[in-house]
Design a protein around this ligand. Structure first.
Ligand code: ZN
Length: 332
């Protein structure tokens, strides 16, 4: 299931829940009214009161404050009357209040104004769905909670006072701060560069997972898959939704830049197009590559790399040291 599909499926489930809530409210109202018919009028007045009050206030703006006050007072009277009825019927005082499972989002799935994000209840259900996407499956294992520094050698790196472990601690702190501050993190892009086996992909996954866990839409892919998506989109017009998702998702991680097949110049054109769109819309992108910046400049066009490597747009995180997979195997 892709991220877009998972989100859509879950939003549909939330819509059903809200419909079920309205049914439950109607059932309760009927139950209480059956034993006490005056309740129907009170509920009707409560439901229509706001619209009527707004109408009255618009018709007589100079008396709007007094009208609002009178409405507040009347609402209080209705509430007290309903509670009296409920108490007499042995029902809880909030029995005729709006029904919902989650008090934070009232079963809408999102919270926050004006920039909304997914509610905790929504995230809790969305994340397992997302992990069923092949591109996202790694996030179940590769996140900040699972990140351990012990796997990195602690002797000083050649040419510097810091060990690989100390360097990784610094990089982890930077990435964690970025993920916690997202989307208010500057610069917006991070470029992870260094040889394989130093934890670039792992840390990138950590950021994506944390952003998702904080309720933001985020996606990861590899440069090869990305180019394949874009090739299908441009040549056959397929996968418009997948392309729109890559262009619009607030946080995108593109792993292993430079490993994708270079099909003449189209790869560069695709990447330029996507990055151009994302940067113009102030979206955040994480990129990892084995190629040092100079090699990147040779492999891609000046137009792409000059913007990408501009430190106002991108923070460059350099990874150095020994391949931890080999080091772990050797040190047993
Ligand atoms: Zn909620």
């Amino acid at each position: 299931m892709t991220q877009a599909e998972a989100t859509r499926a879950l939003l549909a489930a939330y819509e059903q829940q809200r419909a079920a809530n309205r049914q439950e409210e109607a059932r309760r109202a009927e139950q209480v009214t059956a034993r006490d018919p005056q309740v129907a009028a009170l509920l009707r007045e409560r439901a229509q009161g706001l619209a009527r009050t707004l109408q009255a206030a618009c018709a007589a703006p100079d008396r709007a404050a007094a009208i609002a006050q009178a409405f507040e007072r009347r609402l209080g009277e209705i509430r007290d009357a309903l509670r009296g009825v409920l108490a007499a019927q042995g029902l809880p005082p909030d029995y005729l209040e709006p029904v919902y499972r989650c008090p934070l989002c009232r079963d809408t799935g999102s919270v926050g104004e004006p920039v909304s994000r997914w509610c905790g209840c929504f995230r809790q259900r969305l994340l397992p769905l997302l992990y069923s996407d092949a591109d996202m499956a790694a996030l179940a294992e590769e996140n900040f909670d699972a990140f351990t520094l012990d796997i990195f050698p602690d002797d000083p790196l050649p040419g510097g006072p810091l060990s690989q472990r100390a360097t990784m601690a610094r990089l982890r702190d930077l990435c964690l701060a970025y993920a916690e501050a997202f989307p208010a993190c500057e610069p917006r892009n991070l470029l992870f560069y260094g040889p394989s086996g130093l934890g670039k992909t792992f840390l990138m996954n950590c950021i994506i997972q944390r952003a998702l866990a904080r309720g933001y839409a985020a996606q990861r892919t590899t440069a090869s898959k990305l180019v394949e998506h874009m090739r299908r989109y441009h040549h056959n017009g397929e996968g418009a939704e997948a392309y729109a998702q890559l262009a619009n998702v607030p946080l995108l991680a593109i792993d292993d830049l430079g490993a994708e097949p270079m099909i003449e110049n189209v790869t560069i054109v695709y990447l330029l197009e996507l990055m151009g769109e994302r940067m113009a819309a102030h979206r955040h992108t994480l990129l990892s590559t084995n190629l040092p910046p100079k090699k990147l400049q040779e492999a891609y066009s000046e137009r792409l790399t000059s913007r990408l490597l501009d430190t106002r747009n991108t923070r460059i995180l350099q990874f150095a040291g020994r391949d931890v997979r080999l080091w772990r195997a050797a040190s047993g």
